[in-house]
Design a protein around this ligand. Structure first.
Ligand SMILES: NC(=O)c1ccc[n+]([C@@H]2O[C@H](COP(=O)([O-])OP(=O)(O)OC[C@H]3O[C@@H](n4cnc5c(N)ncnc54)[C@H](O)[C@@H]3O)[C@@H](O)[C@H]2O)c1
Length: 480
């Protein structure tokens, strides 16, 4: 019998690659593979769905469906499309031509409370890989997944669909993506890459694949499960760190002090053995990743059964507790808005609110699970009239965008009783208090700053009722 190692040697170096899922992760990964030395062609496999099918034609025309600032992406796309090294297709039978296939499909949660993920799109993708899989191919899951998924669910589906055996006929690995929107290409090239196969041969083949696109980043080989835990844990830790500073911001508001002074003080303690990454507080955590990856980690440990984990009786997981604090921040923004309006003699009911920022990352169009949405819904339910501005989000393609979302900042602010900032877009950092006051046109307009983009003193001097996250020293000011 031919071993997997022999099958791979017969194929030779990886020349053709397929990438499933043309989203924030799959597009930059596919383009970098297509531009790597020795790669003949990369297929971007995108299902022709009603919400995402439009990406196929756009990508083949050299136009990125990702808006927002993404340095180098559009140029690289045009380069690999015109050189013929990249094409996007809904024809999954082309998997049979590929030496390696990666999957970068969304992995949301249906119900976080019951730890129920929605793996429907991922399962469909894995099935389509399995159906056309040929011996000696490497399959890599790049999506963030519940620990245990690569060697469990993915392996089972691939084997059932292909009739081949993982580790004998094909290689299987997990290589989680570690990108941030706004610096996708740079992150893939420069971040170290954890690569975990279900066995050593799989790990080696996956290391070969990723070594082609790394510049300063190093490959870190590990097991598939260790790679799954690494990815979910790194996002869980980030969410936890954000929750820590958000909670501190709430404490500082209660104590009438400035969280940014405290933050500088805490971060100033440096020396041997002291490592502290103090992040920034804000109006809430959004996106496809941080809002769900904690639940993948929790689910991974729960799936081991009731006796696997030794943990204090009756205590909630620190990680899910942190999720709850971050999820509270949009409600806190509403509380700040209500208190500032009350100071000017108004109520939420009947007030006009200009909500600035639907995307959750500065200067990006990524609006998935945006914290602006719960604020918007709570404010509407309380009887406010809410108009939304975002310079990047395209109402035609972004999911669940409020009716009337506008790119006209002045039109959104005109006549508003309260201006509420949810994103740190560059346009909002340049807001001038006197100009905004003129547009609002009322005595004592309200400014609620969820991303610390305005200078509180300047806006209070201009006659605003100011509230800011963690700005206890300013939130109690009297009106000028
Ligand atoms: N966005 C990030 O910054 C980031 C960072 C690290 C990891 N991740 C992880 O990477 C994965 C992908 O995230 P994303 O942000 O790129 O998602 P995305 O929603 O932007 O893209 C997913 C794409 O896959 C397509 N798709 C879905 N099912 C398919 C199928 N069966 N066949 C072919 N195409 C299919 C969708 O239509 C969509 O175009 C997730 O697991 C996420 O947690 C994301």
């Amino acid at each position: 019998m031919t071993s997997l190692q022999e099958l791979i040697e017969q194929r030779g170096p990886i020349r053709k690659i397929g990438v499933f899922g043309m989203g924030y992760v799959g597009i930059p990964a596919a383009l970098l593979f297509a531009d790597a030395p020795g790669i003949e062609h990369v297929y971007g496999f995108q299902r022709d769905s009603p919400t995402s099918g439009y990406k196929i034609a756009r990508l083949n025309q050299g136009e990125s469906p990702l808006k927002g600032e993404e340095p180098g992406l559009e140029d690289l796309l045009q380069k690999v499309v015109s050189s013929g090294n990249f094409s996007c297709t809904p024809d999954f039978s082309k998997v049979a031509e590929c030496d390696a296939v990666t999957l970068a499909i969304q992995t949301p949660f249906k119900d976080p409370k019951d730890l129920l993920p929605d793996f429907t799109p991922l399962i469909e993708g894995i099935r389509n890989v399995g159906r056309h899989l040929t011996p000696g191919t490497l399959v890599v899951l790049e999506s963030t997944i519940t620990p245990g998924t690569t060697a469990g669910m993915a392996r089972e589906i691939l084997e059932a669909e292909s009739g081949l055996v993982a580790g004998e006929d094909f290689a299987l690995a997990h290589a989680p993506e570690r990108v941030m929107v706004g610096r996708l290409l740079r992150n893939i090239r420069e971040h170290d890459r954890c690569v975990g196969g279900i066995d050593e041969v799989s790990t080696r083949r996956a290391v070969e694949l990723y070594s082609r696109v790394l510049t300063t980043g190093q490959v870190i080989p590990m097991t598939a499960t260790a790679a799954e835990v690494t990815k979910t844990a790194e996002n869980t830790f980030r969410d936890l760190q954000i929750a820590a500073i958000n909670q501190l911001a709430l404490y500082c508001e209660a104590m009438g002090i400035n969280v940014y002074d405290v933050r500088d003080g805490v971060a100033s303690l440096k020396g041997e053995g002291i490592t502290r990454a103090v992040l920034w507080p804000g109006a809430g955590v959004g996106g496809h990743c941080l809002t769900k990856d904690t639940y993948h980690l929790e689910r991974g440990v729960q799936q081991l059964g009731p006796n696997a984990l030794d943990f204090p009786d009756g205590r909630e997981s620190l990680y899910t507790l942190a999720r709850g604090i971050n999820d509270f921040m949009p409600a806190h923004m509403l509380h700040l808005t209500t208190s500032a309006l009350a100071q000017t003699g108004k109520t939420l009911k009947g007030s006009k609110i200009a909500l600035l920022g639907w995307a959750f990352i500065n200067d990006s169009d990524d609006a998935r699970n945006t914290p602006s949405e719960p604020f918007y819904e709570m404010a509407i339910a309380a009887g406010a009239e809410v108009r939304v501005h975002d310079p990047w989000v395209d109402p035609a393609t972004a999911p669940d965008v409020p009716a009337g979302l506008s790119k006209d900042l002045e039109a959104v602010i005109r006549g508003a009783d309260a201006v509420v900032v949810f994103a740190g877009h560059r346009e909002y950092r340049g807001l001038v208090a006197e100009r905004v006051e003129g547009l609002c046109g009322c005595k004592w307009p309200v400014i609620v700053d969820g991303r610390n983009v305005v200078d509180p003193d300047a806006w209070i001097r201009a006659g605003f009722a100011y509230r800011g996250i963690g700005r206890g020293g300013k939130n109690g000011h009297s009106l000028k």
